[in-house]
Design a protein around this ligand. Structure first.
Ligand code: DX5
Ligand code: ZN
Length: 224
């Protein structure tokens, strides 16, 4: 039986070769990735544009893995339903820019999606305090969102420690994820801080070794 605290690897396709996306996802699945992380960027919430619902729909019929959709967009409430309809299993929603976070998370929940709340490096850990019992996952951005391939900001792991204390202190069934700059070198620190879901793009799809070898290396590192 898998436990909420088992280490899970979420493969972020932002770093994949989009001309062979299906192949990359199939390799990640075969190598034991636990889920696929889809980074959606609108050029407003973050200064980059990535992918949208058609890619989620294509992947939905292609892989059995859970598709988690990280909405780095203005007005995520407006797009929750289209992404859910396209096949997103869970929707990860940023605290930043929300006027009614509780309601946005609740509307995602009502679509039958798993729900995660996300904080940027500049946002304090206690920003999730009032909604943490409403979500399945808290995601701490370990880089400023917008681009793959950045170095992990070490200070963000203090927030991972704090949120881990909250989760354990309140005995909540909530996953704690980190996203950005996670590789075989940084994964042990993230896990030691209390993360149990590792989102990784470059360390899976851009290492020079095979996707399978990269996932194996990351998992070994995370296991300590
Ligand atoms: C960054 C994205 C991440 C990104 C991580 O804005 O949210 O999911 O793909 O990429 P790496 O693992 O390369 O830091
Ligand atoms: Zn992401």
């Amino acid at each position: 039986m898998s436990d909420v605290n088992d280490i899970k690897i979420s493969a972020s396709i932002l770093a994949a070769d989009f001309s062979a996306l299906g192949d990359a996802v199939a390799q990640a699945e075969a190598a034991g990735a636990d889920r696929i992380h889809v980074d959606v960027m609108d050029g407003h919430f973050v200064p980059n544009i990535s992918i949208g619902t058609p890619v989620v729909a294509s992947l939905r019929s292609f892989t059995k893995l859970s598709l988690e959709t990280h909405l780095m967009i203005e007005d995520p409430a407006r797009y929750a339903e289209p992404f859910r309809t396209a096949g997103s299993d869970s929707l990860l929603i940023h605290v930043e820019g929300q006027t009614d976070l509780h309601r946005t998370l609740e509307s995602a929940r009502q679509l039958g999606a798993g729900v995660g709340v996300v904080i940027n490096p500049a946002t304090a850990a206690d920003a999730v305090d009032e909604v943490i019992d409403q979500v399945d996952q808290v995601l701490v951005m370990t880089v400023v969102p917008g681009f793959g391939g950045q170095a992990l900001i070490a200070e963000t792991l203090d927030k991972v420690r704090k949120i881990r204390e909250t989760i354990d202190g309140r005995n909540l069934n909530v996953e704690l994820s980190v996203d950005g700059g996670i590789d075989a070198k940084t994964a042990p620190d993230a896990v030691a801080a209390g993360a149990n879901v590792l989102v990784a793009g470059s360390a899976i799809f851009r290492t020079g070794e095979s996707i399978g070898e990269a996932i194996h290396r990351l998992r070994e590192a995370a296991a300590g």
